[in-house]
Ligand binder design. Structure first.
Ligand SMILES: *[C@@H]1O[C@H](CO)[C@@H](O)[C@H](O)[C@H]1NC(C)=O
Ligand SMILES: *[C@@H]1O[C@H](CO)[C@@H](O)[C@H](O)[C@H]1NC(C)=O
Ligand SMILES: *[C@@H]1O[C@H](CO)[C@@H](O)[C@H](O)[C@H]1NC(C)=O
Ligand SMILES: *[C@@H]1O[C@H](CO)[C@@H](O)[C@H](O)[C@H]1NC(C)=O
Ligand SMILES: *[C@@H]1O[C@H](CO)[C@@H](O)[C@H](O)[C@H]1NC(C)=O
Ligand SMILES: *[C@@H]1O[C@H](CO)[C@@H](O)[C@H](O)[C@H]1NC(C)=O
Ligand SMILES: *[C@@H]1O[C@H](CO)[C@@H](O)[C@H](O)[C@H]1NC(C)=O
Length: 766
């Protein structure tokens, strides 16, 4: 009776949730374009963010298809300052820019190629700089064995403009190594083993524009290192070991510096003086450093800055006015920093910002207010797709799905949207049917029947859970991104999630209990000859209490569990993401890998020893033997229930283990598990427990028999026999139809037959 009650309470709860949710549906947004929509250029049409750059002209004026690639920031800058696709050339400079085919230089070594006044000696195993005629303008010595650059080594090549020294073994660079290279414009020193650059080493390079020193081991630089680089535009020091930047202004001697790339160093701090004279800097890349904190004035002189990349650092908080002077900034990347909180007005000064990356940042206090001042923002990147609802005017927002939900729908895939209803209907119907029918079955064991009813109640909750999810999916259809975050934070989501957990936990515990009961009966037959009613009832009550506790504890402490259920659209706490609060992570592991796995092992072990002990014992007392026989048939049936359980739970154990091993699990898998694997168990239990059991079949036979009796009294016809056998085929497809329908008592249910039906049903679970 208690089971009935809770079932109805939950049914009412579900209905209330749906009614509530339908009420607050019509809350419009009064901006030019509604939330989640972007304007079509200069016409008044608004389109959903999703249609942006989908390859079709949805606006009619192509406005949704321009500006698709996010090429703000450096790529734009680069195109502005240098010819297109020069950047790639810079990365792998393939020599010979001259058009003269014949060699104009003298004494060129045999290993080298020469064209005009350009010499290429790549991969020539040279150990020293070759001596060629002094009027060469380009020299490429890549992939050689140079070990050091000694003083005055290039002094005679005063006309040299480009010098390529990548992929050598250079460790030491003399203070005077580049003496006399007054005409040098590009110097490449990448992929060497340089550890330090002495102050004044580039003193004579007045015309140097590009200095590329990536992938070396430079650990310290001083402003004096750059003394003399009056024309330097681009300085690239990616993948070095710089631990700190000088306390003096870095750009003091490089007044034209435009582009500074310090990616992949070990820089911890940015002081307020570091960039103080970098007035012309437009691109500053500090990605993959170890920056912990920023000074409020760190960027205050960078008024020309166009791109700022601070991604993959260790920044925990942003000073409130750190971006106040960056009026020209068009691209900002703050991704993958452990930023805890973003100020409401943090981005207010970045009026020209076009691209903002906040990937990997959990923005607990996200508000529309934060992004509203960024009127020209066209690309935004978040950790979670549901944040997109807070930047509705941004045309391109990524990610647009978490695998479960998309910007439009709570359930992204159409198959899931349909099956959530099918599975829900099957589960609810099967369980309610059994709950209603069970009292009419002359069961051999009333206590067993109570346990089964309890199990059906628990399984039914799973159906209700899916029903509610389906209902909310329907409600949010087409505009889920407006509601995603609110839905996940809502009490509805929490309650629905706890319903699912209540259902699974009670189901698991009940199955364990039923198994243990069978186990005791078979292994210790004398102990259970008369089942104790009181004990059974109290155990059932205890199981439900534990289920409620497990399901509702996470709602009690918001500090510790954060949003335990609301981590995804289906509100099921599988917690595959590492960055979630450790409290909920641990709790989830304890439940799924602790309680459930333990229960599963107990069940498997019990069955193992049950069958073993039956096999071994040779009891003579007929009464006991009959009793065991009866228990054994039940146990066989039960075995299949447990087997399906195992098939359903093992994927979850594996998922959980993988996520413990830091394997990233796509959200798609979670949603399939939640919609198909978990509930199929609940949908199957009533079939396996009741609908295929002998007493139930007998009852059906009886009902049918009575019905026929009455019918044949009223009218006599021959077609009824046909009709009856047809119905039997429908209901028991695997069962041989006994011709003696008129004597239902003789229609025996051989356990093999039920085994076959069960095993066919089993297949649907895998
Ligand atoms: C929108 O701009 C395009 C050019 O960008 C122009 O040809 C068109 O007339 C404008 N439409 C309106 C309604 O202003
Ligand atoms: C470069 O110098 C060599 C001799 O060192 C001379 O033969 C050649 O003509 C010079 N080429 C030019 C273009 O000045
Ligand atoms: C190299 O520089 C010197 C002096 O600065 C100048 O006289 C000469 O013309 C330059 N050569 C080239 C090829 O620019
Ligand atoms: C810098 O180092 C990272 C990781 O060590 C590597 O993936 C990247 O290719 C390097 N960059 C360059 C330009 O070599
Ligand atoms: C830089 O910060 C120091 C203290 O950290 C302060 O004394 C100094 O005035 C600041 N300089 C500028 C230019 O903001
Ligand atoms: C921002 O930085 C992250 C991490 O390095 C990178 O994956 C992402 O592509 C960057 N975003 C943009 C728009 O460049
Ligand atoms: C936004 O961009 C448009 C066109 O690119 C430009 O005309 C406008 O001035 C920009 N707005 C701001 C605030 O920079």
């Amino acid at each position: 009776m208690t089971s009935y009650c809770c079932f109805y309470i939950f049914l009412l709860f579900g209905a209330k949730v749906i009614c509530d949710s339908l009420e607050d549906h019509n809350s419009g947004v009064g901006v030019t374009c509604p939330l989640g929509y972007f304007p079509c250029g200069n016409i008044t049409k608004c389109l959903p963010q999703l249609l942006h750059c989908n390859g079709e002209d949805d606006c009619g004026n192509q406005a949704d298809e321009d500006n698709c690639g996010d090429n703000n920031g450096w790529s734009l800058q680069f195109d502005k300052h240098y010819a297109k696709d020069r950047y790639n050339k810079m990365k792998s400079p393939y020599a010979f820019q001259t058009k003269t085919p014949e060699c104009l230089a003298d004494s060129v070594p045999a290993e080298c190629m020469c064209q005009g006044l350009e010499i290429v000696c790549d991969g020539a195993k040279l150990r020293a700089v070759p001596s060629v005629s002094s009027n060469v303008t380009m020299m490429s010595l890549q992939w050689n064995l140079l070990r050091k650059l000694s003083a005055d080594i290039f002094k005679k090549y005063q006309d040299l403009q480009n010098l390529y020294l990548q992929n050598n073994k250079i460790r030491a660079v003399s203070e005077h190594a580049f003496r006399g290279l007054y005409n040098l414009t590009k110097l490449y020193l990448s992929h060497n083993k340089i550890t330090s650059l002495k102050p004044g080493v580039f003193e004579d390079l007045h015309k140097l524009e590009w200095l590329i020193i990536e992938n070396n081991r430079i650990n310290r630089i001083s402003p004096l290192t750059f003394y003399g680089l009056k024309s330097l535009i681009l300085l690239e020091m990616m993948n070095n070991s710089l631990a700190r930047l000088p306390d003096k202004p870095l750009c003091q001697y490089m007044p034209r510096l435009n582009w500074l790339d310090l990616e992949g160093n070990h820089i911890h701090y940015l002081r307020n003086v570091t960039f103080i004279s970098c007035d012309t800097l437009t691109v500053l890349v500090m990605r993959r450093n170890k920056i912990i904190s920023l000074n409020e004035n760190s960027f205050s002189s960078l008024q020309m800055l166009d791109e700022l990349d601070l991604a993959s650092n260790k920044i925990e908080s942003l000073p409130p006015y750190i971006f106040k002077d960056l009026n020209e900034l068009s691209q900002l990347n703050l991704s993958y920093n452990p930023i805890k909180k973003i100020q409401m007005d943090q981005f207010d000064f970045l009026i020209k910002l076009k691209s903002l990356s906040l990937e990997g940042i959990e923005i607990g206090n996200i508000q529309r207010r934060m992004f509203r001042p960024l009127r020209n923002l066209s690309h935004i990147y978040f950790k979670k797709f549901q944040y997109c609802g807070y930047a509705p005017h941004v045309r391109s927002c990524k990610p647009n799905t978490d695998g479960i939900s998309s910007l439009e729908n709570l359930l992204a895939s159409i198959i899931q949207r349909v099956f959530v209803w099918v599975v829900s209907a099957v589960t609810c119907f099967g369980n309610i049917f059994v709950i209603c029918m069970r009292p009419y079955i002359r069961s051999e064991n009333k206590l067993h029947a109570i346990s089964i009813m309890s199990l059906c109640c628990a399984d039914c909750l799973m159906g209700i859970y899916l029903f509610v999810i389906g209902a909310f999916d329907l409600k949010y259809r087409g505009e889920y991104n407006k509601h995603a975050q609110l839905w996940m934070d809502s009490i509805h989501c929490q309650l629905v999630g706890s319903l699912a957990i209540l259902s699974t936990e009670v189901s698991v515990l009940l199955l364990t209990y039923l198994t243990l009961e069978k186990y005791i009966c078979i292994v210790y037959p004398f102990r259970c000859l008369k089942p104790r009613k009181c004990r059974t009832i109290s155990i059932l009550v205890l199981i439900w209490i534990i289920g409620f506790a497990v399901a509702f504890i996470p709602l009690s402490n918001k500090e510790f569990f954060r949003n335990y259920y609301g981590t995804n659209g289906v509100c099921f706490p599988l917690h595959s993401e590492q960055s979630e609060s450790s409290g909920s992570q641990i709790y989830s592991v304890v439940i799924f890998l602790g309680v459930n796995l333990a229960a599963f092992i107990i069940i498997v072990f019990s069955y193992g020893s049950m069958f073993y002990s039956v096999h071994q014992t040779a009891i003579t007392a007929t009464e006991i033997r009959n009793h065991i026989k009866k228990e054994m048939t039940l146990a066989k049936r039960f075995f299949f229930i447990v087997f399906t359980d195992a098939l359903c739970w093992i994927p979850i154990f594996i998922l959980k283990l993988l996520s413990l091993l830091q394997v990233e699990i796509p959200g798609t898998i979670t949603s399939w598990v939640v919609i198909f694997i978990l509930p199929i168990n609940s949908a199957l239990n009533p079939l396996l427990y009741t609908l295929t059991t002998r007493p139930f079949k007998e009852m059906i036979h009886q009902v049918w028999y009575n019905y026929r009796q009455r019918r044949s009294k009223r009218s006599k016809g021959s077609q009824k026999t046909y009709g009856s056998s047809f119905i039997w085929v429908e209901m028991w497809p695997m069962h041989e139809i006994t011709p003696k329908l008129s004597k239902p008592v003789l229609c025996t249910d051989s356990s093999e037959a039920s085994v076959t039906t069960q095993s066919t049903r089993l297949n649907s679970c895998t």
